[in-house]
Design a protein around this ligand. Sequence first.
Ligand code: 5AD
Ligand code: SF4
Length: 477
Amino acid sequence: MRDFEVVTVSGEEETKIQYEYMKKAREIVAKKEAELGRNLTYCVHTFGCQMNARDSEKLVGILEQVGYVEGEDEHSDFVIYNTCTVRENANNKVYGRLGYLSNYKKKNPVMKIALCGCMMQENVVVEKIKKSYRCVDLIFGTHNIYKFAELLCRTLESDSMIIDIWKDTDKIVEDLPIKRKFSFKSGVNIMFGCNNFCSYCIVPYVRGRERSREPKDIIREIEGLVADGVCEIMLLGQNVNSYGKNLENPISFAELLCAVNEIEGLKRIRFMTSHPKDLSDDLIAAIRDCDKVCHHMHLPLQSGSSRVLQVMNRHYDKEHYLKLVDKLRAEIPDIAITTDIIVGFPGETEEDFEETMDVVSRVRYDSAFTFIYSKRTGTPAASMEEQIPEDVVKERFDRLLKLVQEISSDKAMQLEGRIMPVLVEEMNEQDASLVTGRLDNNSVVHFPGTQDLIGTICQVKLKECKGFYYLGEIVES
Ligand code: 5AD
Ligand code: SF4
């Protein structure tokens, strides 16, 4: 693994360099296509979070720029797995699928296989792939994704495995091509990396130190997206509440939200993820006052036990968290609150777990992602004594899930019969007479409609609540 970039060039120069590589790659692809008498296809498969989904759009942007066309599945000529490593099972899925890929490759001699993303930042993973998965042509990490055009050229010209992983970077490269998955909504990175070092979490080790983008670059990107038909954006960062603190001219996340709210033509603003320790009164006021900001707050709890929270290095306790929820609801009564919870953190006692159940009962989350603690090598929690036996964790997990589901379906029921704005996202997958969209609070609604509604906001009567989604009827578009 390289510690740092060998030659240092500015972000703008890097953009130019990468466009040169795209030109070169386009020539190589055109030549191969002429030889084969057909188009070359790609398939980018994303594991993990919204950040990875956005990164994949950048990879697809470059692949299309150099002439690849979208393939149907992994029987394509260039297959990329953009991986996640936040929990062990994410890693296992990748190894499983690589087995299939090596068989596809035997039947398609021009096929190339690339792996990138968080999992590739771990030495043990790269060593295992080098040893056991020789079918892989290219491995790169999270810090040099902006060099994909260059790596693509090298891969197309070489028969051996290319590995380029960096430990960190301080560079942010703007203005590379991006192909969005949805025409009307888009993620927008506002920062990269994480400085929090929660004791269970591998993210700071694989995504590096926190770096914020300049507000002018973010605004320019969103203006461009809106001009291109986007009406909803999701501002992305591991901890958006600490956005802008380390910029040359510091700015707060609340200030950024207000600036984004001014962008004409934009209809909805979402953001992910907030850390409770940095949730300021200014931010709560901004969500309340900015008309485009959705009334939805994803506020990871992780544990309801103040003792466990301290060992997790979360820098807040149960009381502080509950106070934040009270403040949010006092200022924005209809705000939806969702969360992430980990069950079975090392040393978690029955009493600790009861504290988590207590917070869930008191907050009454609109929805919650619940996770079984997964030991990540290299994190402080991995070497803690008292790892919890599997059967105990499973029993607690089931109890928590039951409570979470009861509450969220109860809460969803409260909106039944109301007329609410829905942003239409896609045709329904099961029933072609229905469209599927989302409420401001992120809940899913299906209702009769046609293709032309996609990307518009309709007033919809929520006729029936089906637990975690609604069936509705359009009132006006
Ligand atoms: N085990 C289980 N869940 C984890 N998360 C992060 N690290 C781990 C881990 N080692 C969860 C947290 C985080 C979400 C994205 O993933 O709840 O908020
Ligand atoms: Fe992990 Fe904490 Fe960073 Fe979230 S904020 S990614 S939980 S270290």
